[in-house]
Design a protein around this ligand. Structure first.
Ligand code: NAG
Ligand code: NAG
Ligand code: NAG
Length: 450
């Protein structure tokens, strides 16, 4: 344990000191744009460009080129596409000739360092979970060990309401764990009754780098536990609904973002195919509904969906949990970034779920509910329409195969100022506004027949 801990500390310290900066500084921009160049070794340096598009055709063209050059697309809207370039010098010609602006988030990874310095090896009891406002956990992002301890502590402090469930295991041998949160009615002998309430499942960062999705899942879980008199408490939702929260569905990837590459997003299992060998596949293209193979079977691409659906241990484990857990009424896949609330389908813009009218109605209500607290503007619509068409998406599978008729993919803050590197000061506001969104959905469900 100590060794593991020391390794984690030095890895984090390495990032902070610039010893293992994930990306080389870009030294030359193209035609007058200035990519982010910073001399500060404490900052992660990267070059993200926003390409403006005037039509769906132009958007599809950019995405096609991005895919053929195996580029990492960070965000897509009707008007623009954010693409990450590891080195400016390698920007393909086709992109050099396009109109773009450089996004220049600057971010100093302060929180990881202070977290580990303060709690070298977190033990249960580190945080006071009595209130959410005074709980220091939500003041910073946390590594996987911290998160594990926090979840265990929830189960110890609220044994009647919280159970930690093991959903599966990753390629590197980490547990995929969820929080099963619900009030168990007890019979006269004090044994829990098997109470068949509706359940909502909320997933954190399937893509490892989307840390805010994980912190928000944990914030929401905590809000379900604190005294109902406290502002922001969501305990009332437990009167009619159970929840499963899976804050870290991709533990290997998440650990990798802390110890090696902050912007990593696939999982970390070995993948082999097309004569190559690489690490990791895109979990959100590996689900078994309308799964699409990679056109060239190149295993090292950013978009690699696996050789077959459910090749990833994570998608396989979580899908069987979803398939065999009764009464799941709603599913929310938290993601970042872009401020979008999206319903199925992802695989095609021509396919429409039969519940689309309901999904649109609830989605608009969710957007409105989320906006109220801090004014964060959200756009609602179908996944394919708001992003692009892609097979093997989790919410397509959840809707079509697990038969959960209320399924959303929610892109949390922001719209590109910080992108994936949101400052820790946003953890609480994003947690609060997202909790309001979930509360709206829970109420909406109550008024509907399953
Ligand atoms: C590039 O986009 C900006 C912002 O939309 C616009 O003002 C400018 O005219 C465009 N330039 C070209 C060459 O298209
Ligand atoms: C935790 O916080 C609550 C409310 O602020 C306080 O009453 C309690 O004493 C605290 N517990 C510990 C162990 O500090
Ligand atoms: C949080 O802590 C402050 C200062 O100790 C205290 O005044 C406040 O009542 C606490 N809030 C809750 C909800 O316990």
């Amino acid at each position: 344990m100590l060794l593991q801990n020391l390794a984690a500390v030095s890895a984090i310290a390495g990032i902070a000191a610039g010893a293992s900066l994930p990306f080389p500084a870009s030294s030359h921009g193209s035609h007058g744009q200035s990519p982010l160049i910073t001399q500060d070794p404490q900052q992660i340096i990267y070059d993200v460009r926003r390409f403006h598009v005037d039509s769906r055709g132009e958007l599809d063209e950019i995405l096609r080129h991005a895919k053929s050059h195996d580029l990492d697309v960070w965000r897509v809207t009707r008007d623009d596409v954010d693409i990450y370039f590891p080195e400016s010098s390698t920007i393909p010609n086709i992109f050099q000739s396009k109109n773009s602006t450089a996004l220049s988030p600057s971010w100093t990874p302060i929180s990881p360092v202070t977290t580990l310095a303060n709690h070298p090896y977190p033990t249960i009891g580190t945080w006071n979970l009595t209130t959410i406002h005074n709980c220091s956990f939500h003041n910073s992002f946390h590594d996987w060990l911290d998160i594990h301890s926090f979840m265990q502590q929830m189960a110890e402090d609220y044994p009647d309401v919280v159970r930690v469930v093991r959903i599966g295991r990753t390629a590197e041998g980490r547990d995929i764990v969820g929080l099963d949160i619900g009030i168990r009615e007890r019979n006269k002998k004090g044994k829990p009754k098997n109470w068949r309430k509706h359940r909502t499942v909320i997933q954190g960062a399937q893509h490892a780098r989307e840390w805010i999705a994980t912190s928000t899942a944990l914030y929401f879980a905590h809000s379900l536990l604190v005294n109902k008199k406290e502002r922001g408490s969501m305990t009332k939702l437990l009167e009619r609904m159970d929840f499963t929260i899976i804050p870290v569905p991709n533990p290997d990837g998440y650990v990798y973002t802390w110890e090696h590459e902050r912007l990593w997003y696939k999982n970390r299992q070995d993948v082999v195919g097309g004569g190559g060998k690489c690490k990791g596949l895109d979990l959100n293209r590996n689900w078994g509904y309308e799964w699409e193979p990679a056109s060239d079977h190149k295993v090292c691409t950013e978009w690699y969906p696996g050789e077959h659906a459910f090749e990833a241990l994570e998608t396989r484990a979580i899908s069987s949990y979803l398939k065999w857990t009764p009464n799941i009424r709603a599913f929310i896949d938290l993601r970042s970034y872009g401020q979008l609330i999206m319903h199925p389908f992802s695989h095609s813009c021509k396919a429409h779920p039969k519940d689309e009218e309901n999904l649109i109605e609830a989605g608009l209500g969710m957007a409105k509910a989320l906006t109220k607290k801090h004014g964060t503007h959200m756009i609602a619509g179908s996944l394919c329409d708001k992003l692009y068409s892609a097979g093997g998406n989790i919410i397509d599978w959840v809707y079509a195969e697990a038969k959960v008729s209320v399924a959303y993919s929610v892109m949390l803050r922001d719209t590109g100022t910080y992108g994936f590197l949101l400052p820790a000061t946003m953890i609480r506001p994003v947690g609060e506004e997202t909790a309001d969104m979930v509360a709206y959905l829970a109420k909406w469900i109550k008024t509907r027949k399953p």
